[in-house]
Structures are given as C-alpha cells and as structure tokens.
Write a protein that binds this ligand. Structure first.
Ligand code: PMP
Ligand code: GLN
Length: 385
C-alpha cells in the first residue's frame, strides 16, 4: 500500500500500543508464565457457555435493542437495588454496552468538549487519558499517595477549576488494588455538591473486594448517583473478558445524552451474549462468591512468594497483587518487567506506565486471576530471584 500522501496530525501523539498487548505478546513469545494482563487463564462456568450456545441456536442472532436486551437490563437493575440500595429504571437508566472501556470512552465523548478539564487520579488506568484527549479534553491529575494509594482530598479540591467538567474514579482500583472507603465517597460527594461536574465511576471490580470490606459503589451515595455514569463489566465478574460486554447506569437525563452517542458508535451490543448473561444473572451466587474465590487466589500467591525478596503491597480488591522490588533490583520497572519475562519466564506489568512520569518507587503488578498451577509456577520463579 502506498503511504498516505497528506499530513496526519495525531490526536494521540504520545500513545503507543497498550502495555497489556505488549507484555502478553512478550510472554507468549518467550513462553513465560503470564501474570501481566488481567484475564483469567481458566474457563468460565459451563452453564454460562451452554446458555450462550442455547441462545445462538435459538435464532437470537440479529441486532439487540439499542439500549440492551430488556431482561438483562432488568436483572442489572435488580442487582444494583439489592446490593447498593439504588433504584435505576431499566427503561431509561441502564444501557448494555460492548465492554467497560467502551462505556467510559462513550461517556467522555458524550460530555467533554475541547478545553474541558477531566480530573484523573494517578496512577490511572491506561484508557482514561486517551479517551479524554481524543475528545479534546485536558486530563488534570491528582496523585494517589504511595504506598497505600490514599487520596489527599484537599489536593483534589484545589485541582477543581471553572473548566472542570468531569472526574473519572475507579474503585476497586487498577493498578493499585486499593479500595475507596465510604469516607472517601462522602468526601467526593461533598466536594462536588452544588457543581455541574459529572463523575464516571469505573466499578468493573465491584464484586472483588477482600477481607470483609464492602464495595462503595457511587450508587450508594445519592449526591454521587445523581451525577454519575457507573460503568461495570461482565468480563471480570463471570470470567468472560473475551465477551466484551458491560453496562452503564446513570440518571435519565445523563443517560439520554449517552445513548445519543452510543447509537452512532456501536449502536448495540452482542445479542445472544446478552440473553445468556440475563439468564445466568438469576443465580446470584456466581457474583456473590467471587470475592472469596479471588481472596483465596491472592492468599495462595502471597504464600507462594512469602520467602521471596519481593515485598507485597496491600491488595484490598481487584485481581492484582503489587510487589515492591526494592530488595531485588535498581532497574526501572519497565526494564525489569521485560527482563523477568525473557530471562526468568514470568511476565508482569510495570506500574510506571500508569503515570505520566515514572514514580520513584519500584513496583510491578501481578495478576492472580490464574489457575493455582500457574500461580504456583509464577511464585516459584519469583522466589528464586
Ligand atoms: N476498567 C478497568 C479498571 C479495567 O481493569 C478494565 C479491564 N481490564 C476495564 C475497565 C475494561 O473492561 P472491558 O474489558 O469490559 O472493556
Ligand atoms: N484491564 C486489564 C488489565 O489491567 C487488561 C485489559 C486490556 O488488555 N485492555 O490488565
């Protein structure tokens, strides 16, 4: 193909290929234990697979309704009411989308105009800033404080300007594995009272909170729910990241604007997948048991690396365990992650990629959504380093 003859002015000049694609590719190339990208290496439940086959075979293979299959929206609204005490109307306030990334990107595209400021907390999941920049917005960063990744709410307050249109929050948090408390959510609620600022709350790990703590959904806080797009994903909850299906909750007026953009973007989400998920959601145990399932995996991995020179940071939620490598190496995390993959056969994610500038602390992120066999092999390698 000949080259494009004109000049391309990139909207995302600093963006390369995502670290997840890079590290999973490197892990495959070097046949390494892949604890980098966040996805299970075990299969989803057979009844869920059977349901998908059932709905494909029953002819539900054409476009779903624009906002999503109604029975799935009803199950989602029921779940959110039961867990967080919030009432969302499945007709106007719940939309099924092709994954949480899409939900976040579309919410940003719906409201952000050139020059609008969007507050992000750093380290930030890697899709947020590009979504803001693609819309012409300006990310404004507030630092999470190492090593517990807590928030200085005074600093957040000071970062608000007349141009602030939106905040993107994420609890349980990727990549820090921290979890916001009810007090954090109340601080946020108080900070935004009386403003026009909208929140996008990325809650894809809502069912993966450890040690008896509760997920503090924005839905629990009326002063937040009234201004928030809550985004979640079935990928994490049912071990089906490849199905790329999630949902967005928002008050009616916000959702009406969201759907205006959604209908000309993806328009709809995969139809048989939605029917399968709707039926599967009738069994509440599948998501209620998830936290215990992953807590066991976290603890199994931690036990495996107990004698190693890597020092665990708290993992309070998500399926990630961060390890500080101060005692192992002085290398940059990006260099170490590559070297461990190539030379030792274990892949991780360097935390610095979630910052604009590399932070002074040395941390790698390991995903424990893996079979016990994979985790044992990974831990064994780490213990010898
Ligand atoms: N937000 C966060 C914090 C995530 O970790 C992920 C996925 N790993 C997503 C969004 C994207 O979810 P989905 O695959 O449904 O787009
Ligand atoms: N969110 C997942 C992670 O943090 C990966 C998803 C992706 O590859 N985009 O590892």
């Amino acid at each position: 193909m000949p080259q494009f003859p004109g000049r391309i002015v990139s909207k995302l000049p600093k963006v390369g290929t995502t670290i997840f694609t890079v590290m999973s590719g490197l892990a495959a190339e070097h046949n390494a234990i892949n604890l980098s990208q966040g996805f299970p290496d075990f299969d989803c439940a057979k009844p869920l697979r059977d349901l998908l086959v059932k709905y494909v075979n029953s002819g539900l293979n054409q476009y779903a309704p624009m906002a999503g299959v109604m029975r799935l929206r009803e199950r989602i609204a029921e779940k959110v009411a039961a867990l967080y005490g919030a009432s969302y109307d499945p007709g106007h306030e719940v939309t099924v989308v092709p994954g949480a990334t899409y939900g976040i990107f579309t919410a940003v595209a719906t409201l952000i105009r050139p020059g609008d400021e969007v507050m992000l907390f750093e380290p930030a999941y890697d899709s947020y800033a590009p979504a803001v920049e693609a819309a012409g917005g300006v990310p404004v960063y507030v630092q999470l404080r190492y090593p517990d990744y807590s928030i200085d709410w005074r600093e957040a307050q000071q970062a608000i300007t007349p141009k602030t249109r939106m905040l993107i929050i994420n609890t349980p948090n990727n990549p820090t594995a921290s979890v916001w408390s009810g007090e954090d959510m109340r601080m946020l609620e108080g900070m935004l009272r009386g403003t026009d600022i909208v929140v996008v709350s990325d809650e894809v790990y809502e069912h993966i909170v450890f040690d008896g703590h509760r997920h503090q959904s924005a839905a629990r806080f009326p002063g937040l729910a009234e201004r928030t797009y809550i985004v979640s994903s079935f990928g994490k909850t049912y071990h089906v990241t490849g199905w790329k299906t999630g949902y967005v909750l928002a008050p009616r007026e916000l959702m009406a604007e969201f759907r205006k953009v959604h209908q000309f973007n993806a328009f709809v989400t995969n139809s048989p997948v939605q029917h399968a998920l709707a039926e599967y959601m009738e069994n509440r145990d599948a998501y209620l048991a998830l936290a215990a399932f992953y807590q066991k995996k976290r603890d199994f991995f931690l036990e495996g690396i107990r004698a190693s020179r890597f020092k665990p940071l708290p993992s309070r939620g998500t399926f990630f365990q961060n390890l500080c490598y101060d005692a192992v190496s002085e290398e940059r995390d990006t260099d170490l992650a590559v070297r461990l993959t190539k030379e030792r056969g274990v892949a991780s994610i360097p935390i610095s990629v979630f910052y604009r500038e590399p932070p002074p602390h040395r941390v790698l992120r390991f995903c424990f959504a893996k079979s016990d066999d994979t985790l044992a092999k990974g831990a064994e390698i780490l213990s010898k380093i």
